[in-house]
Design a protein around this ligand. Structure first.
Ligand code: TXA
Ligand code: MG
Length: 376
């Protein structure tokens, strides 16, 4: 564990506040603290919680991706989160809680479905949209009268949320537009100097963000696919719809989750998905790699273990066994960042079947590719 001096942290705060009055941008001395996911040091969580209660920001691990936390009930904290991420302030934040009954404090009327879902999927990667209570500031919800609520399945996150007062607003801890961080070092890369502290418990388990379900409609609607799949939700709720904007590039409707309309997860080079018959896909990817290498461009490819011998590229990223979609989900954002580190110009990946977690993977890949998909 990295050691830090708590007194130093407390001494530093008034100075940082004073500076803010003089100039807009405050460069903070970000503390990067390694903690175990299970049984983390209570004192570290208390210090992190105190930062949140004093209006500061702390990045923390969850089972999906790292979050950038601030006090969900403090409008100033929401403003700081938007500034640190460079995120448009019409894009609402998810409020993270540490016990199910706390949703009653921030939701106007909890629908019966929410209790059923909480019983089945919480703690876990499911976010529910409900009507907000008055105590949740408009800054946290991007001006909407609804609030997104999630109870993460991560012991350190739950301890931190408890110490922070129970309501932590947190988007993914990346700079707006970049892949969500699945490792503490990527949080540091994006947030160093912008937030007070990073709690780092290593690589996350799932790797794609939580499923978002809107419970304010007559029929619940999935706004973002994730580890909790359509089939799992239908099993519990009966009828569930998918937001039509989720997977299509040419849909004229605005997505109901404002964040889903922004270009996301984008690597700096060009990512292209190739879809179709397996043998033809491999042939097409090999052909494209050769063509781009011939043009002097740096190439990358994302492959399963079985396929790694098939290609010649500057960077070959292996996700796991061919059928292991959980491995693809876990490694996708890390691979996109690694391609950036290696300054890859052109990247190729096969399309994956859109069932189970595959739907979340394809949703993120299509966004990262700016919907560039070749059918063969
Ligand atoms: O797994 C996750 O959900 C991660 C971890 C940190 O918990 N968080 C996360 O937050 O992915 P963020 O801000 O990157 O994505 C939240 C999405 C955005 O697309 C936002 O527009 C949508 O949730 N959202 C939040 N509140 C909403 C609301 N009241 N109505 C509709 N969409 C909402
Ligand atoms: Mg995000």
């Amino acid at each position: 564990m990295v050691c830090y001096n708590q007194n130093e942290l407390l001494r530093r705060k008034p100075a940082a506040r004073q500076k803010k009055r003089e100039i807009e941008v405050v460069v903070l001395d970000t503390k990067w603290v390694k903690i175990p996911a299970h049984n983390p040091d209570l004192q570290v969580l208390k210090t992190a919680g105190e930062i949140i209660q004093n209006g500061g920001l702390v990045a923390f691990p969850t089972e999906t991706v790292y979050g950038l936390g601030g006090d969900a009930l403090n409008p100033e904290s929401a403003k700081k989160i938007y500034a640190a991420k460079g995120r448009p302030s019409d894009n609402p934040l998810i409020v993270h809680i540490c016990k199910t009954e706390d949703m009653e404090k921030i939701v106007r009327e909890v629908p019966a479905q929410a209790y059923v879902l909480a019983e089945r999927f919480w703690p876990g990667p499911l976010t529910m949209i409900m009507k907000k209570a008055d105590c949740v500031p408009a800054e946290t919800t991007g001006g909407l009268d609804t609030v997104a609520v999630r109870l993460p399945d991560h012991p350190a996150a739950l301890g931190f949320i408890r110490e922070a007062g129970g309501f932590v607003a947190a988007p993914s801890a990346n700079t707006s537009g970049r892949p969500s961080p699945t490792l503490g070092k990527y949080v540091y890369e994006d947030m160093n100097g912008r937030i007070e502290m990073i709690l780092d418990s290593g690589e996350v388990g799932i790797g794609v963000e939580s499923t978002i379900i809107d419970l304010t409609e007559d029929i619940p609607v999935i706004l973002r696919p994730g580890h909790v799949t359509l089939e799992m939700l239908q099993e519990v709720l009966g009828e569930v719809c998918l937001d039509p904007t989720m997977l299509e590039s040419d849909c004229q409707q605005a997505p109901k989750a404002p964040g889903m309309k922004y270009r996301h997860y984008a690597p700096r080079g060009e990512l292209v998905i190739v879809s179709g018959d397996r043998a033809k896909v491999s042939e097409k990817i090999a052909e494209l790699l050769e063509e781009k290498r011939g043009q002097g461009l740096k190439t990358g490819v994302i492959v399963s273990r079985e396929e790694q011998q098939l290609y010649k590229a500057d960077s070959i990223k292996v996700t796991g066994e061919r059928t292991d979609m959980a491995a693809v989900a876990r490694s996708l954002f890390r691979i996109l960042r690694e391609f950036d580190e290696e300054q890859i110009d052109c990247m190729y990946v096969q399309a994956f079947p859109q069932d189970g977690i595959g739907q979340a993977v394809m949703n993120r890949m299509l966004k990262a590719a700016g919907h560039k998909m070749i059918e063969v």
